[in-house]
Structure formats: C-alpha cells, structure tokens
Design a protein around this ligand. Structure first.
Ligand code: GLY
Ligand code: MN
Ligand code: MN
Length: 438
C-alpha cells in the first residue's frame, strides 16, 4: 500500500473511533472561505481548515467539504469550482488521493446539501460557519469540542505520508534559508533578505506558514519581529531568521542565527548550537517534553555562566529565575498541518488537559514523547529589557556583558525532529546536509 493510501486509512480509522465515542454517525468538514475585511470587499489570504487538509492535500479550494460516514472507509469530497468569469479556475491535478475518495465537483453549496439530504442532520459539522448558507445548515452539532479533542489528541502521531510532506517542507525551507544567509553576508536589508528567501523557492508571501522573522542586529531580540527594514544597518552584526515553508499543507519552521564576523557573538551561536544538539540527543520515547524544556533551561544557564553574563552555577541561575528572563519562550511545539500543531496539552482523547505550567507558561507541549511525534527544538537566548527589568537590582548579573550583547539581539537555533523507536530523524539538519549547507 502506498504512503497516502496508508495515511487515509489511518485518518478513516481515527474518525471512526472519534465519531463512535462521541455518538455521531457522520462528519462534515468544511474547508472554509475567505472572510472579507471590515467595510471592504477584499479578503486576506484564504487558509484552509486544518482538518480538511488532514484528509486530502487540497489547500486552495474554499467552499469545499468532506463528508465521512462512520465505518465507510471512503470519504466524499465536494470540491467547489466556481463557474464565474471573475476568478481563475482552481486547478486540481490528477493525483493519488483521488483514487481513495468519491469526488464530486460542485459550483453551488446547495448541490452538497441536496446530495446529503437528511444525513446532514446526523452529522457533526467542523469548520468556520460565519457565512450563509453554511450558518443555516441543520446539523447535529457544530464544532463539538469533545470530537475535536479526540481528533487532535491522535493527530500528534504522524503517518509516513505526513512525515514525507514535512521532510519536503524542510527541504524547501532549507533552500530558502541558504539564499537568505547569502543575502545577509552580501549586506542586504531585511526586506531584501526576505525577498531572497521567497524568491529562492518561488513562494509568494501568503504561502509561507507564518510571518517570517528576518531580523538584523538588535531586532532578533523581538521574538515575533516581522516588520523588515528596507535599508541595511550601518554596522551589520548579527542575523536571526525564523522562517518556514509549506508542502502539501504541511509546515516547516526553521531558525538559524549568524554572526557577521568572528568574535563573542559567533562564539555564542556556536555554544547554542552545541546545546541544541545535546538536547536532541536527550529525545527518547517515554521522556517528558517538560523535562527536556527544563534541561534546556539548565543548558542556557550554563551558557549564561560560561559567557560571564551571570555569576553562579547553572542550577542556581535557573533556580533564581534568570533563565526565564533570557529565554522566555518554550523549548518547542508539535508541528504538522499547523506550525503550532494541536494536542500539546491533551492527556488523552477524552479531552483531559495538562495544567499549564506556572513556571513555564509559554511551553505549548506538556505530553510525554512518543514514537511518531514531530516537534521542534528551539533553544534561544536574548536581551529583552522588559524581562530583565525584574532583575535590575541583581548583583549576579554582569550588566556590562548584557550591554555588549544588546546590539546583537539574541540567538536561536530551531530544528524539527521525528521521534523514532530506534533513533530520531532531524528533518531540518538533514535538509541542510542534502544541500551541502551545514
Ligand atoms: N516560528 C514560530 C515558532 O518558532 O514557534
Ligand atoms: Mn517553532
Ligand atoms: Mn520558528
């Protein structure tokens, strides 16, 4: 059986169980549609419902839907193709997935409701329903949380086909990262680097999975920096790029940090890279991702000590809360159909949640590690003055050193890892290696 055939079988089985446990006969998954801006007739780029693209790699077909009857092992895909002279027809190339579904082309949503008749009333509806006629459809339930939790819990284990797509997404992103790095060393502005990134893989901006962070110098300490200066700084020091790509709806999310010249910042990047690789070697089925996050804090604490940012040993630096000021975000997150893929807080498929950690409130993944999980590992260290404020009277902190790092911003290294039973796969480093780039 091919990888997609296996994938859709797994998806059918997961839906069978989820529908059964939640007492639904069937489900209708709406792909969504663009929502126009306030007082306007333009819409931001359309983003497909992730549970729609879980079934089929169709990401550009608004107003489409998937109907699945429990136990049938074969979904119906209602593919919307507008018959009007305003829009280009969506081209759907002939692909393997079409052999595994009943495909019905529609140009009006009434064709879907007529086809389904009274079955719709027994269905769970999953999708956005802000517009008519979808908002008027008589269904058994709209976006039932228990059904969604069930699906989200199991979505964390990726099928082979999903891993293939993530591998390809990483290849695309790595290629673009190489172009961005070259543009950085050629002295380009943030916007020019951003364009070099997109150009290298023929992407338009709406195709990347999140706003790329393209940050020179101190901008890299702004965790979601995405405003892009149009001129390069007078003195170029550092470059942090956190940017991804999508392939068949699956996401890559890669961060690299570069020093413009040899020196203290280059050493810091090297130390972070080493710490990141040590963390990768700690990933094992059964281990807790939370413990890995704490291990990361201790490694960051060691770097803070080694580079003379803070007095003391790693444990005391962590215990006093200093690492949270320098490294405020989580170690990483699930990745898949969504960049921050779902299910990181779910304990089981009944929707029981882990409580968010008070000590580490931004950590999005609290589950134990399992074979088939795919997640990021992204340690970092930054000068965020707002967070350092709390420690402003601390004599442990070497403020001269903090001042030295401030114009460089920060450093982060981020890869995506597939957990295996006998070793893990680093999708990101493998992609760079294939390019001869790392
Ligand atoms: N680029 C978003 C993240 O790393 O989580
Ligand atoms: Mn990430
Ligand atoms: Mn990232």
């Amino acid at each position: 059986m091919g990888a997609y055939a296996e994938h859709i079988k797994t998806v059918c089985n997961r839906f069978d169980k989820a529908l059964d446990d939640n007492h639904f006969e069937s489900v209708l998954i709406y792909s969504g549609q663009p929502r126009v801006d306030f007082l306007d007739d333009n819409a931001p780029p359309y983003r497909v419902n992730p549970l729609f693209k879980y079934w089929v790699p169709v990401t550009e077909s608004p107003k489409s839907a998937i109907f699945y009857r429990k136990g049938s092992q074969r979904p119906t895909v209602y593919l919307f193709q507008a018959r009007d002279f305003w829009h280009a027809a969506v081209s759907i190339p002939e692909e393997e997935w079409q052999q595994h579904v009943d495909l019905k082309i529609i140009d009006d949503l009434s064709m879907l409701t007529e086809d389904l008749g009274s079955e719709l009333e027994q269905s769970a509806f999953i999708g956005e329903d802000f517009a008519q006629p979808v908002s008027d459809w008589k269904v058994k339930a709209r976006n039932p949380q228990a059904l969604i939790d069930h699906l989200h819990f199991h979505r964390s284990i990726k099928t082979e086909w999903e891993v293939d797509n993530l591998r390809e997404a990483n290849r695309l992103a790595a290629k673009a990262h190489v172009a961005a790095k070259e543009a950085f060393y050629a002295g380009k502005s943030e916007l020019e680097i951003h364009h070099a990134y997109l150009g290298a893989i023929d992407f338009r901006e709406s195709q990347v999975p999140y706003n790329s962070i393209v940050a020179l110098n101190s901008h890299s300490a702004i965790l979601h920096y995405d405003v892009y200066d149009t001129v390069p700084p007078k003195q170029i020091r550092s470059f942090l790029i956190d940017a991804g790509a999508r392939y068949r709806g699956y996401c890559a999310d890669i961060t690299r940090s570069y020093a413009y010249e040899e020196g203290f910042y280059a050493d810091l990047v090297e130390a972070m890279d080493k710490a990141q690789q040590e963390l990768l070697s700690e990933i094992k089925p059964g281990a807790s991702y939370y413990d890995l996050h704490v291990s990361m804090h201790l490694k960051v604490a060691q770097i803070l000590s080694d580079f003379d940012f803070i007095k003391g040993d790693a444990q005391s630096i962590y215990d006093k809360g200093y690492t949270s000021a320098f490294m405020p975000h989580g170690l990483g997150h699930f990745i898949g159909l969504q960049v921050h893929d779902v299910g990181g807080f779910l304990k089981d498929d009944k929707g029981t949640s882990y409580e968010r950690s008070e000590r580490h409130p931004f950590l999005r993944l609290l589950r134990d590690i399992e074979v088939g999980h795919v997640f990021t590992i992204e340690p970092g260290l930054y000068v965020v003055d707002q967070l350092l404020e709390e420690h402003k009277d601390s004599a442990d902190i070497n403020w001269d050193k903090v001042d030295e790092l401030r114009p460089y911003g920060g450093v982060r290294i981020e890869d995506s890892i597939v957990v295996g039973s006998d070793g893990n796969e680093n999708l990101t480093r493998d992609a760079f290696k294939e390019l001869g780039a790392e």
